[in-house]
Design a protein around this ligand. Structure first.
Ligand SMILES: Nc1ncnc2c1ncn2[C@@H]1O[C@H](COP(=O)(O)OP(=O)(O)OP(=O)(O)O)[C@@H](O)[C@H]1O
Length: 647
């Protein structure tokens, strides 16, 4: 097991945990923060130590419907320290520069006093003036450098937190995505990580420098007079108790504010993702109200956090005043009784004043920590979502033969609390040729494809590809062997070329040209002024439905898959394009195993075999001619549900 110098320990279930906190700034050699889980592989995924559901690349994956119970998170301070660790030298430098800046600031009054003394006694002030100028300029320069170094450290922490979280999100199991709101996940990557900035730099430095200064001052006080020290300490302990009571409130309010930001992200994503539907439904005001409500809730929670932080800050100020007055009263008595000298009292009172800034610094560090810890908790929640086994890009296998597929008594439900969708699906599909899946809506046809891609794992039974259980396939190799055209043929924002090459970045220009011709996209590309570089817009809104489907088919074909899964891939095509694509798919079926969820009679009649599914089982397999006479459901589907043939 690979283990880094960061957090390490053991989970309740005995799994060993470690966080390697190597520097992962851009350009640095070690660019990731691997998490190792004993018995698994080390993956450049995340700082958080809890990675449940992390399977091996080779062994059977855990059932996503029964994701392991999340382990308790490590405390926020450990996670924060793990984030800071790679940048500790920068942080030390920033802290040292802050201290030196403070120290040079303290020398200034002394230099000013000498300058004034010299002026009064008509001596030369050249040296003092020079020294003061140097001190002023040096102080400003060191201050600027110190704050830049701290800022830089904070930004680096935010960057590594974002990179780790994005890597984790990309590897999420589809079942985990089903349970999440994308807008909320986005806010964790954008808003929550931003809050790590302050807590890992200025508040950490403030806590250390403030803590050290306070300790030194208290030591000096104890040396001067133990009785007065006891009085001052008692006041401080009282104030610390009050602040301790406020801390959970600050934490809670901070978490609620961030959760509301997440809800706002989810509401925005829902609204902008379907803006046409929202407008067409006249639902703008209701959608607006939902987003406003989340924004206002965040505002209210932030105000609560600000209120408790302000109370905590003022409690510290009040404690200093009370300490001053109490020390003055008790000290006055002690001076009167001759227990201490007046000079001791004055020195002690000066130390009480010196105590104020570090105490304030500590209190604001504690408040910032609470808000940062709330953000860490949300980032950790996202890191706890189960991921797929880590995948490395699989090498292409040009010329590989078509794949054979078999479902053996496969049972499946999307989640433990949802009804079973497949009740023992059994079907064998030999390599090559075209197989059409037909059946009433909701019969479980698309789910068959999702299981083949291992987006979900069956709850019972086996799926074999080339005779091997797909759970024993390397996930990257499995998916590299498959081309998948989803039901809604998603197109990603970006250029047409980027969309086509998404699954086959190394495809040659000639291969691209051939696929464009085969999918009849060549005409579209020729028409567009920027050709393949044309931007297709968010979810491909600048393309027609049929064009989007053809792009999705072209993308799948470019992968030269051994198994091509087409989910209603021809449902939005016009007659001419559909006929052309039918030829393309028929061509593909000569070198590839093609499975198609079919909704058109023309697709079904050209299939080598038809699998009729109903209510989560395979009820018949055969050709169109065989099934029309042998299977009443198929005969009914053929007569009523399939779209008319386009011959
Ligand atoms: N991610 C999901 N989470 C929970 N239930 C789901 C999910 N996806 C699909 N289902 C349910 O599973 C059942 C089968 O869905 P599936 O998409 O496989 O049907 P289908 O036969 O392809 O239907 P259609 O022909 O209408 O596309 C449906 O009842 C559906 O509501």
């Amino acid at each position: 097991m690979e283990s880094g110098p960061g957090i390490s320990g053991r989970r309740a279930n005995g799994e060993e945990l470690s966080v390697d906190t190597r520097n992962d700034e851009p350009g640095s050699a070690a660019a990731a923060v691997p998490v190792s889980v004993s018995g698994s592989v080390s993956v450049p995924v995340s700082v958080p130590v809890s990675v449940p559901g992390q399977g091996s690349t080779h062994g059977p994956a855990p059932d996503p419907g029964h994701d392991p119970k999340p382990d308790p998170d490590p405390p926020a301070w450990r996670v924060l320290l793990a984030y800071v660790r790679p940048y500790r030298l920068w942080l030390l430098l920033g802290g040292a520069l802050s201290l030196v800046t403070g120290a040079t600031g303290l020398i200034l009054p002394l230099a000013a006093r000498r300058l004034i003394d010299n002026l009064g006694s008509h001596r030369s002030i050249a040296v003092e003036a020079m020294l003061m100028s140097l001190l002023v300029v040096g102080n400003a320069a060191l201050g600027a450098l110190g704050s830049y170094v701290l800022r830089r450290t904070g930004e680096s922490v935010v960057l590594s937190a974002r990179r780790n979280l994005v890597s984790h999100l990309l590897r999420l199991r589809i079942s985990a995505v089903d349970r999440s709101e994308p807008g909320d996940l986005m806010s964790r990557v954008t808003a929550d990580t931003t809050l790590l900035h302050e807590v890992t730099t200025s508040s950490l430095v403030g806590a250390v420098t403030g803590g050290l200064t306070m300790l030194a001052t208290l030591t000096m006080m104890a040396v001067l007079d133990l009785v007065l020290f006891g009085v001052a300490l008692a006041v401080l302990v009282l104030a610390a108790t009050v602040i301790g009571l406020l801390v959970p409130r600050i934490h809670r309010a901070g978490k609620q504010a961030q959760e509301s930001v997440g809800r706002m992200g989810a509401a925005l994503e829902r609204m902008l993702g379907a803006l046409r539907t929202v407008k067409a439904s006249g639902a703008e005001l209701r959608e607006e109200a939902a987003v406003h409500e989340a924004a206002e809730e965040s505002w209210r929670a932030s105000l609560r956090s600000a209120k408790w932080s302000a109370v905590a800050g003022n409690t510290a100020g009040l404690a200093s005043q009370i300490a001053f007055l109490t020390v003055l009263a008790v000290g006055g008595g002690r001076v009167a009784s001759g227990a201490i000298h007046i000079g001791t009292l004055i020195a002690f009172l000066m130390y009480v004043f010196y105590l104020m800034p570090p105490v304030q610094q500590l209190v604001s560090a504690v408040s910032e920590y609470q808000v940062g810890a709330a953000a860490v908790a949300r980032i950790q929640e996202a890191h706890r979502l189960p991921t797929e086994p880590p995948v490395l890009p699989a090498p292409a296998e040009p010329g590989a033969p078509p794949a054979g597929l078999a479902f053996e008594d496969v049972r499946f439900r999307y989640a433990p609390d949802l009804p079973e969708i497949h009740h023992g699906v059994t079907v064998t599909i030999p390599p090559g040729g075209m197989t059409a899946f037909v059946g009433p809506s909701g019969a479980g046809k698309t789910t068959v494809f999702s299981l083949i891609e291992r987006f979900y794992e069956p709850t019972a039974g086996r799926i074999l590809l080339d005779g091997t259980d797909i759970r024993h396939w390397d996930l990257a190799r499995l998916r590299a062997a498959i081309g998948y055209v989803e039901q809604d043929a998603p197109v990603l924002s970006g250029s047409l070329r980027a969309n086509l090459l998404l699954g086959a970045p190394d495809a040659t220009d000639a291969e691209l040209r051939d696929v464009l011709v085969a999918t009849r996209l060549d005409g579209l590309v020729a028409r567009l002024p920027q050709g393949l570089e044309t931007l297709v817009g968010h979810r491909g809104t600048k393309l027609s439905g049929g064009e989007r489907q053809r792009v999705a088919i072209a993308r799948a074909l470019l992968r030269r898959p051994r198994l091509l899964l087409l989910d209603e891939a021809t449902s939005q095509l016009d007659a001419v394009n559909e006929a052309a694509l039918r030829d393309t798919v028929a061509d593909a079926a000569r070198t590839t195993t093609v499975l198609v969820v079919a909704h058109r009679l023309s697709t079904v009649t050209m299939a080598d075999r038809i699998v009729v599914m109903d209510a989560g089982v395979v009820r018949a397999v055969g050709t169109h001619a065989e099934l029309v006479s042998a299977d009443p459901l198929y005969a009914e589907l053929a007569a009523t549900q399939f779209l008319a043939a386009v011959d």
